[in-house]
Design a protein around this ligand. Sequence first.
Ligand code: FEO
Length: 618
Amino acid sequence: MYCVKKITDDLTWVGANDRRLAMFEGVYSVPDGVSYNSYLLNDEKTVLFDTVDKAVRERFLENVAFALGGRTLDYIVVQHVEPDHSAALRDLTLAYPDIKIICSDKTLAMLEQFFDFDVRSRAQIVKEGDTFNTGAHELNFIMAPMVHWPEVMVTYDSKSKILFSADAFGSFGALNGALFADEVDYERDYMDEARRYYANIVGKYGTQTEALLDKASGVEINMICPLHGFVWRRDLNNIIAKYRLWSSYVPEEYGVMIVYASVYGNTENAAEILACKLRDKGIRTSMFDVSVTPASNIVSQAFRWSHIVFASTTYNAGIFVSMEALINDLTAHNFQNRTVAIIENGSWAPTSGNLIREKMESCKNINILDSDISLRSSLKAQQLNNIERMVDSIMGSLPNSAKPAAQPAPDNAANAIDPGTMFKLTYGLFVLTAKDGEKDNGCIINTVTQITSNPLRISFAAIQANYTHDMIMKTGEFNVSILSESAPFSTFQRFGFQSGRDVDKFAGYALNARTNNGIRYIPENVNAVISGKVIDSYDYGSHTIFVADVTQAITLSAEKSVTYQYYFDNIKPKPQPQKEEKKGYICKICGYVYEGEPLPDDYICPICKHGAADFEKL
Ligand code: FEO
């Protein structure tokens, strides 16, 4: 029985999921399955974009037949020859004998390598920049060599502004009934798998991926349809921004990933002590035992973190086998642009450290810290200073913005008002949080000001349409978390681009930090938090100005507060250049576009609820 999903009136997903596959490409475990996406365009001409893996061929053929609704299939666009996307090509030629194959000349040559039927006589060769009119749609072909194979091409439909992106923007993980990324908690449930997919499948080819991103940035894209994983129709910048980082090998986060290989637990012990000492300094850490965690997960995490510590025992006079395999895997994926530290162990002739160093020296732009630690069987008390030295060395290699000042212990912070907190108030960006019963919520605000110092009072403005505003009107209590320059765009998306009336804004937010009033605050990428009790409020139409007594104020880090200007210059992804001139207004806060002229004075952004004053002309 067919199982399809409608994307638009004339575009249908006809792919299928596979949850039985143990190892994707024979290498990568896929515990949550994988989807093979194929898309059918039912225009004047019927056009299919790629096929699927042989494992799901039968369902796919049923899907295509159903989605065609009795019509024949005129064309298939082969964007990528890899058999997980082309395995059903022969079946299509049997089911639809007049089908034409739109592909590049490289693709044709590869198809002839994989298949024995006459591909050539059906081929309609396209090259970079060629277009193909299907009726109401115009397909533009863009070559994307080495994203993942040399023949890869993507297709841009300039009428519907849909990018069929081949392997780019894909993910491991079956679709589980949803098709669009905005139907799931992508950040929480799928971003790790998207990163693992990118890092392992395409990660070696950062330059080529950047070239594709550059080409794609020249056109307006409303939707991205990849060959694996979810279709993107909203917040495309979420995934595009990640691809910009991954493809340029820029770490997503400052922090230390410690990977260790330990036969009897002694190297692991040193790694654990290092992790504890780093955490004591407020540095984020993650740890993996290379003998347990699949290499693909660690390679993926290496694309995330800025610092990697390799801790390996010596084995057969070399690097421990699973550590050596991991490092080879990393170097094969173009590991670069990271800071590295090394711990070796060996009971009679430790050699793993120098060998790891040699491998790292062969990688591009790796800063190898000069704080190597060499253990003889186990870490001894007199070597703890070596661990301290490594911690200092790591701290010294981090930018100031990534060094959180030690947070006050909760007991010391209880009821405390740190007056220095007030100096962190700027015309910046804040997360305003409130609690009503069991419901936690928060939103982004931009005006918090100290009014008096004795008693300590602040004022802030909140949009009346915001749910957090209503909660504060009801409860009279709130927290203001002062965002710092390290705040990622995802924080603004989480608290600013959706409504707490529709979603749980804290869903998937692991850190459940609360001040004395029981209200959550944001403990990461924030330099201070202020709790308050409302004593007055003033209705200014779209906004309410609240005046409140400060009941608690805690400094969390020495990092600079983010200003509005800094947010626009460094955090908010840049809008893609528009090729065609479009009339309307764009919301400066969330990027929502109002199409029309003029913008009504009382217009409220349907996404972030900001008013007309926060829109600018396109
Ligand atoms: Fe899923 Fe490179 O193919």
